[in-house]
Design a protein around this ligand. Structure first.
Ligand SMILES: NC(=O)c1ccc[n+]([C@@H]2O[C@H](COP(=O)([O-])OP(=O)(O)OC[C@H]3O[C@@H](n4cnc5c(N)ncnc54)[C@H](O)[C@@H]3O)[C@@H](O)[C@H]2O)c1
Ligand SMILES: O=c1ccn([C@@H]2O[C@H](COP(=O)(O)OP(=O)(O)O[C@H]3O[C@H](CO)[C@@H](O)[C@H](O)[C@H]3O)[C@@H](O)[C@H]2O)c(=O)[nH]1
Length: 443
């Protein structure tokens, strides 16, 4: 099939590349000239395991091409995906300006019948807005070209995006047009043929499915963080409670890991967008509001523990931070808990030495660029030298089994605040560490 992908970010680049890998011909479009130029030269804008090799291979074969010209893409293809950002607007709602701008461009330049697939996460009713926008442009041109707008929300996770896309739990398509639904079935057949994973529905339900999936996952995390906060106040250990409940298959083990809050480009904005969708429809969504409120506080919990241990004034103190990205296996810093934690510590006078396997450039360039109290180190151990404590914020694999003897030698004081409950409490205590976790009573 001949496809275009508008927006070559995490979703667009991964989706376009995976479709090309399955033998389709894909044109990726982005307004960011620098990004497109880099992609043409084999420079990948994001870190995502397995992506670079796949992009280069398909680009070399000519099945994956890059352009800033949507006109060229519209002329050469029959299906166009919209995969641009839908960031949080000032009132919490999803900002649709990028999606509608693409719709406008489609209406201005389409030359033949097109299937327009919305892959961005958008509020219920957006497909209608996309349709109206395209139609308005066609009317201005005085042409009558048929088109179908359908919804195909994306469920991939950063850090395992290729794997998630290649082996999806499900593919959700919302479409009113049978013709468009059949085209989508054919397109996704190589990804869904082993099991019945293709789920067809109406457009509005498909749009709502995406927000519901993210909101329930975020709810599990905030719920478990709340349980963790209760556990440590009543002398229970959330690590044991987690295993105790996960063994019930109705509850399950996934997404019940407590920690220093959820981040990323999706949960924070999508939970708030769902709140706004509900309010606009005249409903006050109390659970969803609580999920967001608990998460906001949870991002401060690790810093609160440091303050409780060292006092409000942290002048003259230095802390090592292990992990900056919002989760392992990505360089994405959007809404990362590390930003809140570092801000809480440095505003009280502390200095930070941070290490992350992939996200330090991103942190330096954007997210922590205005904070002069943060230094970056070449290795995880270098961050420890003389520090008053180490804070583990992101559970990268290389932090899972560190050399605790070297850590003890390097740290000024053998103190660890673990925001992801990675180590064995008894063993660390025997080695002479003071070790703090989330949801475990302080002794
Ligand atoms: N990141 C994820 O893991 C993930 C997963 C599922 C769904 N989503 C959703 O997918 C959408 C895209 O997210 P993302 O993380 O890939 O975003 P992103 O910010 O990484 O990428 C968006 C890209 O769109 C480009 N763009 C903006 N306007 C454009 C235009 N008019 N024409 C062409 N290109 C344009 C930008 O330059 C950018 O490269 C969002 O709605 C998001 O909520 C994201
Ligand atoms: O038990 C858990 C699981 C996750 N997290 C945190 O939750 C955040 C999000 O993690 P994850 O869901 O793995 O990453 P994302 O790449 O943001 O993926 C989510 O958001 C995407 C964008 O909408 C969806 O497509 C995915 O299905 C959905 O999992 C991270 O900060 C994690 O540290 C926890 O604190 N505890």
């Amino acid at each position: 099939m001949k496809l275009s992908m508008v927006g070559t970010g995490y979703v667009g680049l991964v989706t376009g590349t995976c479709f090309a890998e399955m033998g389709n011909s894909v044109i990726c479009v982005d307004i960011d000239e620098n990004k497109i130029e880099n992609l043409k030269n084999g420079i990948i804008p994001i870190y995502e395991p397995g992506l670079e090799a796949m992009v280069k291979e398909n680009h070399a074969k000519g099945t994956l091409t890059f352009t800033t010209d949507i006109k060229e893409a519209l002329e050469a293809t029959d299906v166009i995906f919209i995969a641009v950002g839908t960031p949080q607007g000032e009132d919490g709602s999803a900002d649709l300006q990028y999606v509608l701008k693409v719709a406008e461009e489609i209406g201005k330049h389409m030359t033949h019948e097109m299937i327009v697939v919305d892959k961005s996460t958008v509020p219920v009713g957006t497909a209608d807005k996309v349709k109206e926008t395209i139609q308005k442009e066609l009317d201005k041109r005085g042409v009558n070209i048929p088109f179908h707008v359908i919804s195909n929300p994306e469920f991939l996770k950063e850090g395992s995006a290729i794997e998630d896309f290649m082996k999806p739990d499900r593919v959700v398509i919302g479409a009113e047009s049978e013709k468009a639904m059949e085209v989508m079935k054919d397109l996704y057949a190589p990804f869904t043929h082993n099991h019945e994973r293709f789920i067809a529905m109406d457009v509005r339900s498909a749009e709502m499915t995406k927000y519901t999936a993210n909101a329930i996952l975020a709810t599990k995390i905030s719920f478990m963080n709340e349980i963790a906060n209760i556990c440590e106040r009543v002398g229970a250990d959330v690590n044991k409670v987690r295993i105790g409940i996960g063994s019930d298959s109705r509850i399950g083990y996934s997404f019940i890991y407590p920690g220093c809050g959820y981040g990323g480009s999706c949960f924070p904005k999508d939970v708030q967008a769902l709140n706004k969708i509900a309010q606009d429809a005249g409903y006050e969504p109390r659970i969803i509001q609580a999920v967001e409120a608990v998460n906001k506080d949870q991002k401060k919990v690790l810093a609160d523990k440091v303050v409780k241990r060292f006092g409000e004034d942290l002048t003259g103190k230095r802390f090592a931070i292990w992990g900056l990205s919002f989760k392992p296996e990505t360089d994405d810093m959007r809404e990362a808990s590390s930003i809140t934690i570092i801000d809480e510590l440095t505003k009280r006078g502390a200095k930070i030495r941070a290490y992350d396997p992939k996200a330090m450039e991103e942190a330096k360039r954007h997210y922590l660029k205005d904070n002069p109290n943060v230094e970056y180190t070449k290795s995880k151990y270098d961050a420890l030298d003389g520090a008053d404590a180490m804070l583990l914020v992101t559970e990268w694999k290389e932090f899972r089994s560190p050399d605790f003897d070297e850590m003890k030698q390097r740290l000024g004081q053998p103190i660890i605040f673990d925001g992801r409950n990675q180590y064995n409490m008894e063993k660390l205590k025997k080695k002479g560490f003071e070790y703090h976790q989330i949801g475990v009573p302080e002794v």
